[in-house]
Design a protein around this ligand. Structure first.
Ligand SMILES: [Zn+2]
Length: 268
């Protein structure tokens, strides 16, 4: 048992098409929400308090102009929602953060890292290698210099990891490849049970549900680099938690509603 708690911090809103991102095309006939209407989804980072160090899981997205111009048009980061602004509102300075775990280096999970001067910043070794030399289809996701811009993680001093790894007591990195080559999820032991912050490996709670007509044991999402890894990573995470409410996705829309009542998760 630990005193760790998890505070989801929404860093803005990303526009997305559910039928392209949230649900694989094979499941569209079975999922009501698999529409082509553009929707806004939140973009969560998670603050872990009560441990050996203050820790962050991801740092969220960029400012509006950058997000809308290079990524998903219409995405926005309203005033006060950047990660450093959210921390300041909690009376926490960027320098107070001792550990940052980056689930993957896509633009909407790893902005503003240069502000965290005292943090050990963990990323999977395969993720950093691919982020530095992606195939052109992923130039935008990683803000590659080929686009005439400076990658958002340029100059950051990362600590690379592989395998299952404890970052601070009660906080573990798990390999969950599939959405990206070196995606990791972070398991956090709390007094209320163990949570898994699943990054983009699970976009929405529906991804955890079976589809009996297809003999699927999950509802696969639509965005991944490796379908086999994607599938097995989802099943493995579901198997680690007591029930699906312990899985916290980075773009989990129902989580916005949940934190209105419960801003801090993991209390006894
Ligand atoms: Zn991603």
């Amino acid at each position: 048992m630990t005193n760790l708690t998890i505070r989801p911090l929404n860093t803005g809103f990303v526009t997305t098409v559910p039928a392209e991102y949230l649900y694989h095309h094979s499941v569209h006939p079975y999922v009501e929400g698999a529409t082509r209407d553009r929707i806004e989804i939140p973009d969560f980072a998670f603050l872990i308090e009560g441990g050996e160090h203050l820790a962050l899981i991801d740092t969220g997205m960029s400012w509006t102009e950058r997000a809308s111009k290079y990524h998903h048009p219409g995405s926005r980061q309203p005033a006060g929602m950047a990660i450093h602004e959210q921390l300041a509102a909690l009376d926490i300075q960027c320098e107070d953060i001792g550990v940052i775990a980056i689930t993957h280096l896509h633009w909407d999970h790893s902005y503003y890292l240069e502000k965290f001067a005292n943090a050990t910043i963990y990323v999977h070794e395969r993720e950093l290698a691919f982020a530095q030399d992606p195939i052109p289809m992923y130039y935008k996701s990683y803000e590659n210099a080929a686009l005439g811009i400076t990658p958002h993680f340029h100059g950051v001093n990362f600590t690379t990891i592989s395998g299952e790894r404890e970052l601070i007591p009660g906080v573990r990195a798990l390999e969950t490849p599939g959405h990206s080559p070196g995606h990791i999820s972070i398991e956090v032991d709390t007094a209320a049970g163990n949570f898994v912050c699943s990054g983009d490996s699970i976009f929405c709670p529906e991804n955890l549900e079976p589809i009996p007509d297809l003999k699927y044991d999950i509802t696969p999402p639509g965005r991944y680099v490796d379908a086999i890894g994607m599938w097995r990573s989802i099943v493995a995470q579901r198997d680690r938690v007591a029930d699906p409410s312990y899985i916290l996705g980075a773009h989990d829309l129902p989580l916005l509603e949940r934190i209105r009542e419960t801003p801090v998760l993991g209390l006894p």
